[in-house]
Design a protein around this ligand. Structure first.
Ligand SMILES: Nc1ncnc2c1ncn2[C@@H]1O[C@H](COP(=O)(O)OP(=O)(O)OP(=O)(O)O)[C@@H](O)[C@H]1O
Length: 549
């Protein structure tokens, strides 16, 4: 789904990210110092008191990581936001404070409800280019309403949820929305992917990046439908209310837009397709404003819903959808009315809670699935520069990472190992100019795995993506790792003074070419020279780990 970028800050710059306001709950911890470190033994990064276990999602505006509070063991989601955003003018790029951060923080600080994702802590170090929001972790991930392999925008049904599951989800969202609106918060981006499911199946509203506070907080803005802060549109077009699609009613926005988006969401859950769709934005807006609502027939529903939806339930569902997707915002159903609508009450038997599989077990979030050899002792954490956050490990190598320190720490580690000679130490310059974060991260993992656990060997093709041109030769004394072709290769590799041999290469399918494929030199069988072609030509991610024999 495309999110329209919001061009103007909606909250005053003096927002609460930097200022304390009396009405902000003290529940939320604000930490002004960020410390990043790396544990080579576990191969995990540590952000202040949180061990980073893996990636939960990549949003439009940054990454979300799974973390574990080292004191309490509690799992958390850590949303990483860029403090600055670049805006391009005619000839210059300006670095501006990212207004989304203030917005999201300001709104989340006010929220404390079972159906709203909770903010626990804000890590906001002025020295850091990132701001970290430590959030309640919803282990079952976002609400899914179409098959994994299908783009939501292309989904045409059948639905993957039963009517009862859809009802359970919407019931939780209505409670969450009622709370938000009572706090003067309009979410403005209600859609299934912003509804997260906790381990016990509770649905929680998340992602407040485009939310706003109405001028009159805590008043029942929904019933008044008063115009709110004048602002540009944002959110996800297919979920836009008609009043957002027309320039005539430009200023007239109220919490009724969330109710419309709730209607689009319910439609998706029930029928597995969007109610309004089109090939272009203009056509989509035209459909939202003018096209009458249309539904799959009852017979079609019966074909797919195994729970035998009755004709009454089907009719009630349609009736509720007509009321939620009422084009005139002042006639749109309220949340209180939604709660008591027959579709929500008459059939509710709680028989089918939403059960989606848990996101991967935290332990499987390890970047490398290797266990430390018994000879390997825990080594000191490596301090990382504050801006070498997980979202931009490339900067770790490209900008200000102190390679000498890193190697010193690594060397210290080597002394614990009986097989230090088998370690492949990469030349730091090889990491330079890596444009892809993923590639950099893999390199980083490879490097650290090879050095932290010396009975394991990593082979790297970092040279391929580095400044130095480097060619690979299966039979020579140096090798490059090709994420496609290597799996069966016997590799003899030397790098600097260390050499090692490996007979088995474990290649993850994820380790595919990162960006453009490198060109291959077809004239040299068994040998493919990687030629960099300007900045866009970066090669492969590194192979992570090879078991030594
Ligand atoms: N609290 C959480 N618990 C579990 N997973 C989460 C949590 N918060 C976010 N995620 C995961 O990270 C993804 C991106 O998060 P989020 O939507 O907040 O980021 P965003 O940059 O605002 O995304 P969007 O592109 O939708 O605007 C989510 O779709 C979800 O998969």
């Amino acid at each position: 789904m495309v999110l329209l970028k919001e061009p103007v800050p909606l909250l005053p710059q003096s927002s609460l990210l930097y200022n304390n306001a009396s009405n902000v709950s003290s529940r939320i911890k604000e930490t002004k110092k960020v410390k990043l470190s790396y544990n080579p033994l576990t191969k995990r990064q540590i952000l202040n008191n949180f061990e980073i276990l893996g990636t939960l999602g990549n949003g439009q505006y940054g990454k979300v990581k799974l973390g574990r509070d080292l004191d309490t063991g509690r799992l958390v989601a850590i949303k990483i936001l860029n403090r600055f955003e670049k805006r391009s003018g005619y000839s210059l790029q300006v670095k501006m404070e990212n207004p989304r951060i203030n917005q999201e923080v300001e709104v989340m600080k006010r929220c404390h409800h079972e159906n709203v994702v909770e903010l626990y802590e804000i890590l906001n170090d002025p020295e850091s280019a990132k701001v970290y929001l430590v959030l309640e972790y919803c282990s079952r991930g976002p609400v899914k309403w179409c098959p994994e392999n299908q783009l939501e925008i292309k989904a045409v049904g059948p639905p993957i949820l039963s009517f009862q599951q859809a009802r359970n989800i919407v019931s939780d969202v209505v409670s969450g929305l009622e709370y938000l609106h009572s706090q003067g918060i309009i979410h403005r981006d209600i859609k299934p992917s912003n509804l997260l499911i906790s381990s016990n199946g509770t649905v929680k509203i998340s992602d407040f990046g485009v939310s706003i506070l109405t001028a009159a907080e805590s008043t029942n803005i929904q019933s008044s439908h008063e115009p709110i802060l004048k602002s540009k549109t944002f959110g996800t077009p297919a979920f836009f209310a008609p009043e957002l699609c027309s320039t005539e009613t430009y200023c007239c926005r109220s919490s009724a837009i969330d109710i419309w988006s709730l209607g689009v969401t319910l439609y998706c859950l029930l029928f597995g397709t969007l109610p309004f769709n089109a090939n272009s934005g203009l056509e989509l807006f035209d459909n939202i404003i003018n096209k009458p609502l249309d539904f799959p027939s009852y017979e079609e529903i019966l074909k797919h819903d195994s729970s035998d939806v009755t004709i009454e339930e089907y009719r009630d569902a349609k009736d509720l959808l007509y009321k939620l997707l009422e084009k005139n915002p002042s006639r749109r159903i309220s949340l209180a009315e939604t709660k008591t609508h027959p579709f929500m009450c008459r059939y509710d038997n709680n028989a089918a809670p939403v059960v989606t599989p848990l996101l991967a077990d935290p332990e499987t979030f390890r970047e490398l699935k290797i266990s430390p050899p018994s000879s390997c002792k825990k080594v000191e954490l490596l301090n990382l520069p504050v801006n070498s956050s997980f979202a931009s490990l490339d900067s770790l190598y490209m900008e200000d990472f102190d390679h000498n320190n890193f190697r010193t720490a690594v060397d210290r580690n080597l002394r614990h190992s009986p097989s230090a000679n088998n370690v492949n130490i990469l030349s730091p310059p090889a990491y330079h100019n890596i444009e892809s974060r993923e590639s950099s991260y893999s390199s980083f993992s490879s490097y650290t795995s090879s050095t932290a656990f010396t009975s394991q060997i990593s082979i790297h093709d970092a040279s391929l993506v580095g400044d130095q041109h480097y060619s690979a030769d299966e039979n020579g004394n140096s090798s490059r790792v090709n994420s496609r072709g290597l799996s069966q290769c016997k590799i003899l590799s030397t790098f600097e003074e260390h050499s090692f041999e490996s007979t088995q290469v474990d290649l993850s399918p994820a380790l595919s070419p990162v960006s453009n494929s490198p060109t291959s030199n077809e004239n040299s069988p068994g040998r493919r020279d990687i030629q960099r072609q300007g900045r866009a030509q970066h090669g492969y991610r590194c192979v992570t780990c090879i078991e030594s024999q």
